[in-house]
Design a protein around this ligand. Structure first.
Ligand code: NAD
Length: 494
């Protein structure tokens, strides 16, 4: 990464963004716009269209028409693959531009953004492009006078609602398999991180995706998101975001056409460190990264540190030292380790969690405060809180910020019980040299991902699935495709 190039991109003004409907850039039907505030310094950097219900309905109608006439679904797989491969190439060719635009909008440190956003999104689109002509139907083992065939058909119109923390990566997790299988999509980016995702959607059209197959509408969740959720013409809703919104989407589906709803929600993931971890210094550094990168705004963040009591004090000191060594600041500086909090509201909520934690008996070992306020941006020091009891708010509720809750344990059984003591089940880790114990932790902890002797970094070859109130269905890997196809049986008497 070249700082000069990044600085040049940052200096460029950002033209107002519009919806992408039926292949055209269109303003909101009532002309409304939303100011986009950069968390880097609190300034308004551009505007997006403030979508109306009518805008969302137009986008859904466009996606429906595109699906019904088969302009995408009926193309030979090789042709669809070519478009998607070109799209991935364009994302890569524009990677720095996309990453800087995204960081100006959402505040993620550029080092992480470049890898986790355009690079990961391009890899995801390419993965599903490569897969799409290798997915076969099935022939059932019927009696000899019958041919039982199972076709995999696209579902129709997919509504995809995306959060602000990694818009390109998470957007690609939905768009890749949905488009590969021949569906049309309506995309709804987050209010506070829409710019890079809107640009990535444009690149799909530049790559040759027919008009109407991918539409994107910006605006408030409770307006355009609700219209999408209640639509009779959306067949599948795929969502990443908070549990509160996930619940609403289930209600919308029940109140409308009972559309399929797939939710990737939050977590309170346990990072369990045993005294027999292979390398405690490495465990401390990786654990700090596992909660503090992107200011803890990571769904799989290891936000609960469960430490064997015999090493509690020394290990907490090592994590605190690692946290204090992480440079918080301007996310567009290449040597920044931790960028900005996405919005002022999120920063206030994070600080509220810290206050509650201390009121409930927790002790702040490091951090706890807003910092760099003179920049006008939203920054928080990485925060470690010890003495967090199993039922404390900080042990139970997702903060989605740079706040680590530490709880000691004595035995393996107690560690598993603590790990499973929340409503969530997204991710977790155990650090141990004992092979049997490692496997017992994988089996015992109820979560979609269990890391051993590392934290984070699981690539696109493996699924991300939530247990409990962390969601349903899977993003990533070939398993994600199941969400975007209908199985149709042909039962043929010979
Ligand atoms: P959010 O639920 O507030 O918003 C997510 C999206 O939903 C946004 O696009 C928003 O506009 C839309 N939305 C809001 N209200 C809506 C409504 N009434 N109807 C339809 N859409 C609506 O979540 P967020 O704050 O953007 O993201 C943070 C959350 O996302 C955290 O809880 C985090 O854990 C979770 N997350 C989960 C994963 C995962 O893969 N499991 C990944 C990243 C983030």
């Amino acid at each position: 990464m070249d700082q000069t190039q990044i600085d040049a991109l940052r200096a460029q003004p950002i033209a107002p963004f519009f919806h992408l409907i039926d292949g055209k850039h269109v303003p909101a039907s009532d002309g409304g716009t939303m100011n986009i505030i950069s968390p880097i310094d609190g300034t308004v950097i551009t505007t997006t269209a403030a979508g109306t219900a009518a805008d969302m309905e137009a986008a859904i109608a466009s996606a429906r028409a595109a699906f019904e006439d088969g302009r995408w679904a009926n193309q030979p797989p090789a042709a669809r693959k070519k478009v998607m491969m070109k799209w991935a190439d364009l994302i890569e060719a524009n990677a720095l531009e996309l990453a800087v635009l995204g960081v100006r909008d959402n505040g993620t440190e550029i080092g992480m953004a470049i890898k986790a956003e355009p690079s990961s999104a391009a890899a995801t689109i390419r993965y599903y492009a490569e897969a799409l002509d290798k997915i076969y139907g099935e022939i059932a083992p019927t009696s000899s006078d019958i041919l039982g065939m199972i076709h995999k058909e696209p579902v129709g119109v997919v509504g995809a609602i995306i959060p602000w923390n990694f818009p390109l990566m998470i957007g690609a997790w939905k768009l890749g398999p949905a488009l590969a299988m021949g569906n049309s999509v309506v995309l709804k980016p987050s209010e506070t991180a829409s710019l890079s995702l809107m640009r990535m959607a444009e690149l799909a059209l530049e790559a040759g995706l027919p008009e109407g197959v991918l539409n994107a509408v910006t605006g408030e969740g409770r307006i355009v998101g609700e219209t999408m959720g209640l639509s009779m013409d959306v067949d599948v809703l795929v969502f990443t975001g908070s549990g509160a919104t996930g619940r609403r989407l289930l209600e919308y589906a029940a109140r409308s056409n009972m559309k399929r709803v797939y939710l990737e929600l939050g977590g309170k993931s346990p990072n369990i460190v045993f005294a027999d971890a292979p390398n405690l210094d490495e465990a401390a550094n990786v654990s700090a990264g596992g909660i503090f990168r992107n200011s803890g705004q990571v769904c799989v963040a290891g936000s609960r540190l469960l430490v064997e009591a015999s090493i509690h004090d020394e290990f907490v000191a090592a994590v605190a030292k690692a946290a204090e060594g992480m440079r918080v600041g301007d996310p567009l500086k290449v040597d920044t380790h931790i960028g900005a909090i996405n919005s002022e509201g999120q920063l206030t909520a994070n600080l509220g969690f810290v206050k509650t934690a201390t009121a409930e008996g927790g002790k702040i070992v490091t951090g706890g405060d807003r910092i760099l306020q003179d920049t006008g941006g939203y920054y928080m020091a990485p925060t470690v809180v010890t003495g967090v009891s199993r039922d404390a708010t900080l042990a139970q509720k997702e903060v989605f910020g740079p706040v680590l809750a530490v709880t000691p344990f004595e035995t393996e059984e107690e560690a598993i019980a603590l790990a499973n003591s929340t409503v969530y089940g997204l991710a977790g880790a155990a650090w141990t040299s004992n092979l049997g114990r490692a496997h017992r932790m994988v089996r015992g902890v109820r979560s979609g991902v269990m890391h051993i002797n590392t934290y984070g970094g699981a690539d696109g070859t493996v699924p991300l699935s939530g247990f409990g109130q962390s969601g349903n269905g899977s993003d990533k890997s070939l398993h994600a495709i199941e969400k975007y196809v209908n199985l149709k049986t042909a039962w043929i008497k010979l």
